[in-house]
Design a protein around this ligand. Structure first.
Ligand code: MRU
Length: 351
Protein backbone atom coordinates (compact mmCIF):
# COMPACT_ATOMS: atom_id res chain seq x y z
CA UNK A 1 0.00 0.00 0.00
CA UNK A 2 1.39 3.46 -0.83
CA UNK A 3 2.48 5.44 2.23
CA UNK A 4 0.62 8.70 2.62
CA UNK A 5 2.45 12.00 3.24
CA UNK A 6 0.43 13.44 6.07
CA UNK A 7 0.73 14.46 9.70
CA UNK A 8 1.13 11.82 12.37
CA UNK A 9 -1.94 11.20 14.56
CA UNK A 10 -0.04 12.80 17.43
CA UNK A 11 3.27 14.67 17.34
CA UNK A 12 5.45 17.09 19.33
CA UNK A 13 5.72 20.59 17.86
CA UNK A 14 9.30 21.50 18.82
CA UNK A 15 9.06 25.09 17.64
CA UNK A 16 6.00 25.96 19.72
CA UNK A 17 6.60 23.38 22.47
CA UNK A 18 3.13 21.89 22.26
CA UNK A 19 1.30 18.77 21.02
CA UNK A 20 -0.29 18.48 17.58
CA UNK A 21 -3.00 15.86 17.10
CA UNK A 22 -5.80 14.83 14.77
CA UNK A 23 -9.15 15.41 16.51
CA UNK A 24 -10.85 12.02 16.10
CA UNK A 25 -14.26 13.26 17.23
CA UNK A 26 -14.54 15.24 13.98
CA UNK A 27 -13.99 12.28 11.64
CA UNK A 28 -15.14 11.25 9.12
CA UNK A 29 -16.58 14.70 8.38
CA UNK A 30 -13.45 16.73 9.08
CA UNK A 31 -9.76 15.79 9.13
CA UNK A 32 -8.26 18.49 11.26
CA UNK A 33 -5.06 18.94 13.21
CA UNK A 34 -5.38 20.58 16.63
CA UNK A 35 -2.82 22.16 18.94
CA UNK A 36 -2.68 21.48 22.66
CA UNK A 37 -0.52 23.72 24.85
CA UNK A 38 -1.57 22.82 28.41
CA UNK A 39 -1.94 19.64 30.42
CA UNK A 40 -5.55 20.58 31.30
CA UNK A 41 -6.41 20.83 27.60
CA UNK A 42 -4.70 17.52 26.94
CA UNK A 43 -6.65 15.83 29.75
CA UNK A 44 -9.86 17.21 28.28
CA UNK A 45 -8.93 16.03 24.75
CA UNK A 46 -8.22 12.52 26.05
CA UNK A 47 -11.44 12.43 28.09
CA UNK A 48 -13.48 13.47 25.03
CA UNK A 49 -11.68 10.83 22.89
CA UNK A 50 -10.24 13.45 20.57
CA UNK A 51 -7.07 11.43 21.17
CA UNK A 52 -7.78 7.73 21.72
CA UNK A 53 -6.51 4.20 21.12
CA UNK A 54 -3.97 2.62 23.46
CA UNK A 55 -0.66 3.39 21.69
CA UNK A 56 -1.75 6.97 20.85
CA UNK A 57 -2.66 7.38 24.53
CA UNK A 58 0.83 6.16 25.46
CA UNK A 59 2.34 8.86 23.25
CA UNK A 60 -0.12 11.44 24.63
CA UNK A 61 0.84 10.51 28.20
CA UNK A 62 4.54 10.81 27.39
CA UNK A 63 4.07 14.13 25.58
CA UNK A 64 1.78 15.38 28.35
CA UNK A 65 4.62 14.96 30.84
CA UNK A 66 6.93 16.80 28.43
CA UNK A 67 4.32 19.55 28.13
CA UNK A 68 4.07 19.91 31.91
CA UNK A 69 7.87 20.04 32.09
CA UNK A 70 8.45 22.71 29.44
CA UNK A 71 5.57 24.90 30.74
CA UNK A 72 6.78 24.81 34.34
CA UNK A 73 8.38 27.96 35.81
CA UNK A 74 9.62 26.09 38.90
CA UNK A 75 13.39 26.37 39.46
CA UNK A 76 13.87 23.91 42.32
CA UNK A 77 14.40 20.39 40.91
CA UNK A 78 12.47 18.53 43.61
CA UNK A 79 9.48 20.91 43.46
CA UNK A 80 9.63 20.78 39.64
CA UNK A 81 9.48 16.97 39.60
CA UNK A 82 6.59 17.05 42.11
CA UNK A 83 4.68 19.45 39.87
CA UNK A 84 5.26 17.26 36.81
CA UNK A 85 4.21 14.25 38.90
CA UNK A 86 0.87 15.91 39.68
CA UNK A 87 0.33 16.58 35.97
CA UNK A 88 1.03 12.90 35.31
CA UNK A 89 -1.54 11.89 37.95
CA UNK A 90 -4.18 14.08 36.31
CA UNK A 91 -3.50 12.57 32.88
CA UNK A 92 -3.44 9.03 34.25
CA UNK A 93 -6.89 9.47 35.78
CA UNK A 94 -8.54 10.33 32.46
CA UNK A 95 -8.68 6.75 31.13
CA UNK A 96 -8.03 3.98 33.65
CA UNK A 97 -8.20 0.85 31.45
CA UNK A 98 -5.75 1.64 28.63
CA UNK A 99 -2.43 0.79 30.29
CA UNK A 100 -0.32 2.53 27.64
CA UNK A 101 -1.39 5.91 29.00
CA UNK A 102 0.15 5.24 32.43
CA UNK A 103 3.07 3.46 30.76
CA UNK A 104 3.96 6.54 28.64
CA UNK A 105 3.64 8.87 31.66
CA UNK A 106 5.76 6.64 33.91
CA UNK A 107 8.44 6.10 31.28
CA UNK A 108 9.12 9.82 30.82
CA UNK A 109 8.84 10.62 34.53
CA UNK A 110 11.29 7.83 35.39
CA UNK A 111 13.82 9.12 32.87
CA UNK A 112 13.51 12.67 34.24
CA UNK A 113 14.65 11.57 37.68
CA UNK A 114 18.14 11.05 36.16
CA UNK A 115 18.47 14.81 35.57
CA UNK A 116 20.76 16.99 37.68
CA UNK A 117 18.91 20.24 36.89
CA UNK A 118 15.48 21.49 35.82
CA UNK A 119 16.83 22.43 32.40
CA UNK A 120 18.26 18.96 31.89
CA UNK A 121 14.99 17.35 33.06
CA UNK A 122 13.06 19.37 30.46
CA UNK A 123 15.40 18.29 27.68
CA UNK A 124 15.16 14.66 28.79
CA UNK A 125 11.34 14.80 28.94
CA UNK A 126 10.98 16.07 25.38
CA UNK A 127 13.55 13.61 24.02
CA UNK A 128 11.95 10.64 25.78
CA UNK A 129 8.43 11.59 24.65
CA UNK A 130 9.66 11.80 21.05
CA UNK A 131 11.37 8.43 21.48
CA UNK A 132 8.06 6.88 22.63
CA UNK A 133 6.39 8.23 19.46
CA UNK A 134 9.15 7.10 17.10
CA UNK A 135 9.30 3.63 18.62
CA UNK A 136 5.56 3.26 18.14
CA UNK A 137 5.92 3.48 14.37
CA UNK A 138 8.70 0.89 14.36
CA UNK A 139 6.68 -1.35 16.65
CA UNK A 140 3.62 -1.27 14.38
CA UNK A 141 5.77 -2.14 11.36
CA UNK A 142 7.46 -5.08 13.13
CA UNK A 143 4.20 -6.34 14.57
CA UNK A 144 2.56 -6.08 11.14
CA UNK A 145 5.33 -8.17 9.60
CA UNK A 146 4.86 -10.97 12.14
CA UNK A 147 1.07 -10.80 12.01
CA UNK A 148 0.61 -10.94 8.26
CA UNK A 149 1.96 -14.49 8.25
CA UNK A 150 -1.25 -15.55 10.01
CA UNK A 151 -3.31 -14.39 7.03
CA UNK A 152 -4.21 -16.78 4.16
CA UNK A 153 -3.56 -15.57 0.58
CA UNK A 154 -7.23 -14.56 0.23
CA UNK A 155 -9.32 -13.78 3.26
CA UNK A 156 -12.05 -11.73 4.89
CA UNK A 157 -11.08 -10.39 8.29
CA UNK A 158 -13.38 -8.93 10.91
CA UNK A 159 -12.14 -6.14 13.15
CA UNK A 160 -13.72 -4.18 16.00
CA UNK A 161 -13.25 -0.55 17.07
CA UNK A 162 -10.24 1.22 15.57
CA UNK A 163 -6.78 -0.21 16.08
CA UNK A 164 -5.38 1.67 13.12
CA UNK A 165 -3.20 4.65 12.27
CA UNK A 166 -5.53 6.88 14.27
CA UNK A 167 -4.98 4.79 17.40
CA UNK A 168 -1.19 4.93 17.09
CA UNK A 169 1.38 7.32 15.66
CA UNK A 170 0.61 5.87 12.23
CA UNK A 171 -0.16 2.51 10.54
CA UNK A 172 -1.82 0.76 13.51
CA UNK A 173 -1.72 -2.58 15.32
CA UNK A 174 -4.66 -4.71 14.07
CA UNK A 175 -4.94 -2.53 10.95
CA UNK A 176 -1.13 -2.53 10.74
CA UNK A 177 -1.26 -6.31 10.36
CA UNK A 178 -3.92 -5.93 7.65
CA UNK A 179 -1.79 -3.31 5.85
CA UNK A 180 1.25 -5.61 6.01
CA UNK A 181 -0.77 -8.53 4.60
CA UNK A 182 -1.87 -6.34 1.68
CA UNK A 183 1.72 -5.13 1.20
CA UNK A 184 2.74 -8.80 1.02
CA UNK A 185 0.40 -9.21 -1.96
CA UNK A 186 -2.49 -10.90 -0.15
CA UNK A 187 -6.08 -10.26 -1.09
CA UNK A 188 -7.73 -9.00 2.10
CA UNK A 189 -11.30 -7.85 2.58
CA UNK A 190 -12.18 -6.17 5.87
CA UNK A 191 -15.46 -6.31 7.76
CA UNK A 192 -15.56 -3.38 10.19
CA UNK A 193 -17.97 -3.50 13.13
CA UNK A 194 -19.51 -0.10 13.75
CA UNK A 195 -18.52 -0.26 17.47
CA UNK A 196 -21.39 1.28 19.36
CA UNK A 197 -21.85 3.67 21.02
CA UNK A 198 -19.10 5.99 19.76
CA UNK A 199 -18.68 4.31 16.38
CA UNK A 200 -14.90 4.11 16.17
CA UNK A 201 -15.41 1.32 13.60
CA UNK A 202 -17.66 3.21 11.21
CA UNK A 203 -16.18 6.67 11.74
CA UNK A 204 -12.49 5.83 11.99
CA UNK A 205 -11.67 2.32 10.71
CA UNK A 206 -13.88 2.70 7.63
CA UNK A 207 -12.48 6.19 7.04
CA UNK A 208 -8.83 5.24 7.20
CA UNK A 209 -9.14 1.97 5.26
CA UNK A 210 -11.38 3.29 2.49
CA UNK A 211 -9.14 6.30 1.81
CA UNK A 212 -6.21 3.86 1.52
CA UNK A 213 -8.14 1.84 -1.05
CA UNK A 214 -8.72 -1.19 1.20
CA UNK A 215 -11.88 -3.21 0.53
CA UNK A 216 -13.90 -2.48 3.70
CA UNK A 217 -17.55 -3.20 4.53
CA UNK A 218 -19.38 -1.81 7.55
CA UNK A 219 -21.67 -4.02 9.65
CA UNK A 220 -23.65 -3.43 12.83
CA UNK A 221 -21.90 -5.05 15.81
CA UNK A 222 -24.89 -7.34 16.29
CA UNK A 223 -24.51 -9.06 12.90
CA UNK A 224 -20.96 -10.39 13.41
CA UNK A 225 -22.02 -13.83 14.72
CA UNK A 226 -24.46 -14.31 11.85
CA UNK A 227 -21.77 -13.51 9.27
CA UNK A 228 -19.51 -16.07 10.95
CA UNK A 229 -22.30 -18.66 10.78
CA UNK A 230 -22.74 -17.96 7.07
CA UNK A 231 -18.99 -18.56 6.45
CA UNK A 232 -18.36 -14.93 5.55
CA UNK A 233 -15.48 -14.37 8.02
CA UNK A 234 -12.14 -16.20 7.87
CA UNK A 235 -10.44 -14.63 10.87
CA UNK A 236 -10.78 -11.89 13.48
CA UNK A 237 -8.06 -9.41 14.45
CA UNK A 238 -8.47 -6.74 17.11
CA UNK A 239 -6.23 -4.45 19.18
CA UNK A 240 -5.94 -4.32 22.97
CA UNK A 241 -6.00 -1.75 25.75
CA UNK A 242 -4.39 -3.99 28.35
CA UNK A 243 -3.30 -7.62 28.47
CA UNK A 244 -3.19 -9.15 31.94
CA UNK A 245 -2.07 -12.65 32.98
CA UNK A 246 -5.49 -14.01 32.12
CA UNK A 247 -7.38 -11.68 29.75
CA UNK A 248 -7.30 -9.17 26.92
CA UNK A 249 -9.09 -5.88 27.58
CA UNK A 250 -10.38 -4.13 24.47
CA UNK A 251 -13.33 -2.08 23.31
CA UNK A 252 -16.70 -3.26 24.59
CA UNK A 253 -18.07 -5.89 22.20
CA UNK A 254 -14.72 -7.63 21.64
CA UNK A 255 -15.62 -10.47 24.02
CA UNK A 256 -18.80 -11.35 22.16
CA UNK A 257 -16.82 -11.56 18.88
CA UNK A 258 -14.32 -13.88 20.59
CA UNK A 259 -17.11 -16.14 21.89
CA UNK A 260 -18.76 -16.24 18.48
CA UNK A 261 -15.44 -16.89 16.70
CA UNK A 262 -14.65 -19.76 19.10
CA UNK A 263 -18.07 -21.30 18.50
CA UNK A 264 -17.58 -21.13 14.73
CA UNK A 265 -13.91 -22.31 14.90
CA UNK A 266 -12.66 -19.04 13.39
CA UNK A 267 -9.19 -17.85 14.52
CA UNK A 268 -9.33 -14.92 16.92
CA UNK A 269 -6.13 -12.85 17.01
CA UNK A 270 -5.05 -9.85 19.08
CA UNK A 271 -2.38 -7.40 17.88
CA UNK A 272 -0.69 -5.29 20.55
CA UNK A 273 2.72 -3.93 21.48
CA UNK A 274 4.63 -5.20 24.52
CA UNK A 275 3.80 -1.87 26.25
CA UNK A 276 0.15 -3.02 26.44
CA UNK A 277 1.03 -6.04 28.61
CA UNK A 278 0.41 -5.77 32.34
CA UNK A 279 1.41 -9.24 33.44
CA UNK A 280 1.67 -8.45 37.15
CA UNK A 281 -2.14 -8.20 37.29
CA UNK A 282 -5.23 -10.30 36.67
CA UNK A 283 -8.56 -9.33 35.13
CA UNK A 284 -10.17 -8.85 38.56
CA UNK A 285 -7.71 -6.11 39.52
CA UNK A 286 -8.43 -3.85 36.53
CA UNK A 287 -10.82 -0.92 36.56
CA UNK A 288 -13.05 -0.94 33.52
CA UNK A 289 -13.85 2.60 32.47
CA UNK A 290 -17.53 3.51 32.65
CA UNK A 291 -18.52 6.42 30.46
CA UNK A 292 -21.30 8.97 30.58
CA UNK A 293 -24.92 7.94 30.01
CA UNK A 294 -25.27 10.63 27.33
CA UNK A 295 -23.19 8.51 24.92
CA UNK A 296 -25.96 5.90 24.92
CA UNK A 297 -28.95 8.04 25.73
CA UNK A 298 -28.57 10.40 22.79
CA UNK A 299 -27.76 10.20 19.10
CA UNK A 300 -26.75 13.79 18.40
CA UNK A 301 -29.69 15.80 19.72
CA UNK A 302 -32.16 12.91 19.51
CA UNK A 303 -33.02 11.30 22.86
CA UNK A 304 -32.98 7.48 22.68
CA UNK A 305 -34.03 6.49 26.20
CA UNK A 306 -36.39 7.96 28.82
CA UNK A 307 -34.65 10.10 31.47
CA UNK A 308 -35.57 7.77 34.35
CA UNK A 309 -33.98 4.64 32.82
CA UNK A 310 -30.60 3.53 34.18
CA UNK A 311 -27.74 3.24 31.68
CA UNK A 312 -24.63 1.08 32.00
CA UNK A 313 -21.91 2.19 29.60
CA UNK A 314 -18.73 0.12 30.00
CA UNK A 315 -16.10 1.29 27.52
CA UNK A 316 -14.19 -2.02 27.52
CA UNK A 317 -14.61 -5.72 28.17
CA UNK A 318 -12.22 -8.57 28.97
CA UNK A 319 -11.75 -11.65 26.81
CA UNK A 320 -10.30 -14.67 28.63
CA UNK A 321 -7.10 -15.94 27.06
CA UNK A 322 -8.55 -19.36 26.25
CA UNK A 323 -10.55 -17.63 23.49
CA UNK A 324 -7.43 -16.01 21.96
CA UNK A 325 -5.60 -18.08 19.32
CA UNK A 326 -2.53 -15.82 19.14
CA UNK A 327 -1.25 -12.42 20.24
CA UNK A 328 0.84 -10.58 17.67
CA UNK A 329 3.55 -8.35 19.14
CA UNK A 330 6.69 -6.61 17.87
CA UNK A 331 8.78 -9.43 19.36
CA UNK A 332 6.85 -12.17 17.57
CA UNK A 333 3.59 -14.11 17.62
CA UNK A 334 2.69 -15.43 21.08
CA UNK A 335 0.62 -18.60 21.23
CA UNK A 336 -0.89 -20.71 24.00
CA UNK A 337 0.14 -21.83 26.52
CA UNK A 338 0.46 -18.13 27.38
CA UNK A 339 1.96 -18.79 30.81
CA UNK A 340 5.00 -19.95 28.83
CA UNK A 341 4.98 -17.53 25.85
CA UNK A 342 4.43 -14.52 28.14
CA UNK A 343 7.92 -15.10 29.55
CA UNK A 344 9.24 -13.61 26.29
CA UNK A 345 7.30 -10.42 26.97
CA UNK A 346 9.00 -10.05 30.35
CA UNK A 347 12.30 -10.11 28.55
CA UNK A 348 11.00 -7.75 25.87
CA UNK A 349 10.06 -5.09 28.40
CA UNK A 350 13.41 -5.26 30.15
CA UNK A 351 15.36 -4.93 26.89
O1 MRU B 1 -12.19 4.00 23.69
P1 MRU B 1 -11.12 3.88 22.65
O2 MRU B 1 -11.56 4.34 21.31
O3 MRU B 1 -9.82 4.52 23.10
O4 MRU B 1 -10.85 2.32 22.55
C1 MRU B 1 -9.84 1.88 21.69
C2 MRU B 1 -9.75 0.42 21.57
O5 MRU B 1 -10.45 -0.33 22.20
C3 MRU B 1 -8.68 -0.12 20.66
O6 MRU B 1 -9.06 -1.33 20.11
C4 MRU B 1 -7.38 -0.31 21.46
O7 MRU B 1 -7.03 0.86 22.14
C5 MRU B 1 -6.25 -0.73 20.61
S1 MRU B 1 -5.69 0.57 19.58
C6 MRU B 1 -4.34 0.03 18.73
Amino acid sequence: MPEREEPYTIAWDAENECILYIDQTLLPGRYEQMRCATVDDLARAIGRLEIRGAPALGIAGAMGVALAAVRSTETDLKRFLDEVGRAGDLLRSTRPTAVNLAWGIDRVQRKMTLAASVAEAKTIAVAEANAVAEEDELTCRRLGGFGEELFPERCTVLTHCNAGALACRCRGTALGVIRSAIDAGKSVRVIACETRPLNQGSRLTCWELSRDGVDVTLIPDSSAAYLMRKGMIDLVVVGADRITKDAVFNKIGTYMHAVAAHHHKIPFYVAAPVSTFDLARTEEEITVEERDRSELAYCGDVQLVPDDVKVLNYAFDATPLDLVDAIVTEIGVLRPPYAKSFRLVGKGREA
